[in-house]
Design a binder for this molecule. Structure first.
Ligand code: PLP
Length: 406
């Protein structure tokens, strides 16, 4: 049995009990184990990795490559050659779009995305379609956030070159049936790009079992520092893909007019890499492994149920997504009648409650739902039942703060 107070005491920023941090889908908080790993790296091992032939640089290279092995094991990749470090999920998806997409997609092809994608998993494919003449096709979802099976079977077909879909929606929290989509995509000769930004922090990911060809994630949503993320891609694919960015360290040999490229995965990591970030990510993975996804999922469900049950019958509150709180991955998106979500967030902020308000970088989804903005509370395993209760109490003050009589 995990001791939640002991867990919370690992997070320096959570020491002030006045604050309730319910914006974890935007970015998580960091435990001291991660902060200390980064500090320790800079204090004892810092040098430019992959370049120097002296002890510190070799140490930095080892720390960086050990982190890659840890990431590979964490998401079930075959090995470190299938992991490219990037800044975040956005960069990972752009890497696939610019490298694989521009080399393989042609006029007449179709790229299938869903209407619930974060802009990070729409704009790169818009770019590929504009440059190649391919068509961007959208899978629609119902008001509970579910994509009906018929949408997949109707829209994924022989023209499909790629299906690019989120594993967990950052608005509904719903988990899409990735393994089934993978089978359908592969049966049609298409590849599957999974946006794992909201999945990797909350549930055990096994890219091979999912059947993902590409899987993108951001470290900062799973306890790691800003500026480090990753892309998993099957080695056979990476091998054939041209580099995305070019420059130092991604080369084998350079002449005046030409160059050959480094082995995988370094071919995709141009310039000085974020070794301290990778070290922080490795410490974050150790931390998550120690806590365990059984606890993480149970705790998130417990808090989400309190939030959902406390909001669902409130006269002025509209909830988005599944009616089963266990299908929300810790995300509760809502509106309060007559109150702009920005005002809702500001009122909550006056009571030291942090939530997100706006379009959540998912404007096509909000257009589909017929709203301009929503508020969103998103929890992580370190949030408590007391915080959920206090959040509900603060929420009950919003309308009166904004001048309504009831
Ligand atoms: N995909 C999803 C589902 C997200 O929720 C986010 C961020 O909120 C992203 C992609 C982009 O993540 P980043 O900004 O870290 O690249």
């Amino acid at each position: 049995m995990m001791d939640l107070q002991a867990i919370r005491s690992d997070f320096p920023i959570l020491a002030d009990p006045e604050y309730i941090y319910f914006d974890n889908a935007a970015t998580s908080q960091r435990p001291r184990q991660v902060l200390e790993a980064v500090e320790q790296f800079y204090k004892t091992t810092n040098a430019n990795p992959l370049r120097g032939l002296y002890e510190w640089s070799i140490g930095a290279t080892e720390a960086y490559e050990n982190a890659r092995e840890k990431v590979a094991a964490f998401i079930g990749a075959k090995g470190p050659t299938e992991i490219v470090f990037t800044r975040n999920a956005t960069e990972s998806i752009n890497l696939v779009a610019y490298s694989w997409g521009l080399a393989n997609v042609q006029e007449g092809d179709e790229i299938v995305v869903s209407v619930m994608e974060h802009h990070s998993n729409i704009l790169p494919w818009q770019m590929v379609c504009k440059k190649t003449g391919a068509k961007l096709i959208f899978l629609e979802c119902d008001k509970f956030g579910k994509i009906p099976e018929q949408e997949y079977t109707d829209k994924i077909g022989p023209k499909t070159k790629l299906v690019a879909i989120t594993m967990v929606s950052n608005v509904f929290g719903i988990q899409n049936p990735i393994a089934d989509i993978a089978k359908l995509a592969h049966a049609n000769g298409a590849l599957l790009m999974v946006d794992g930004a909201q999945a990797a922090p909350h549930t055990k990911v096994d890219v091979k079992a999912l059947g993902a060809d590409f899987f993108a994630f951001s470290g900062h949503k799973m306890l790691a520092p800003f500026g480090i993320g990753g892309l998993y891609a099957r080695e056979e694919l990476l091998d054939k893909m041209p580099p995305f960015l070019t420059g130092g360290e991604m080369i084998e040999y350079v002449t005046r007019q030409d160059a050959t490229y480094a082995e995988l995965p370094h071919k995709f990591e141009a310039g000085t890499v974020n070794a301290a970030g990778a070290v922080g990510l490795a410490a974050a993975i150790d931390y998550l492994n120690e806590i365990g996804f059984d606890f993480i999922e149970e705790q998130e469900k417990k808090i989400t149920r309190i939030l959902y049950e406390g909001m669902k019958d409130q006269k002025y509150i509209t909830l988005f997504g599944s009616e089963n709180p266990d299908e929300h991955s810790g995300i509760v998106t809502f509106n309060i009648e007559g109150c702009h979500p920005h005002d809702v967030s500001s009122v909550l902020d006056s009571e030291k409650v942090c939530v997100r308000a706006g379009h959540h970088c998912a404007q096509p989804l909000l257009q589909h739902l017929g709203v301009n903005a929503t508020a969103r509370a998103s929890v992580y395993f370190y949030n408590t039942e007391q915080e959920a209760e206090r959040f509900l109490e603060s929420l009950s003050h919003v309308r009166s703060w904004l001048g309504y009589a009831d």
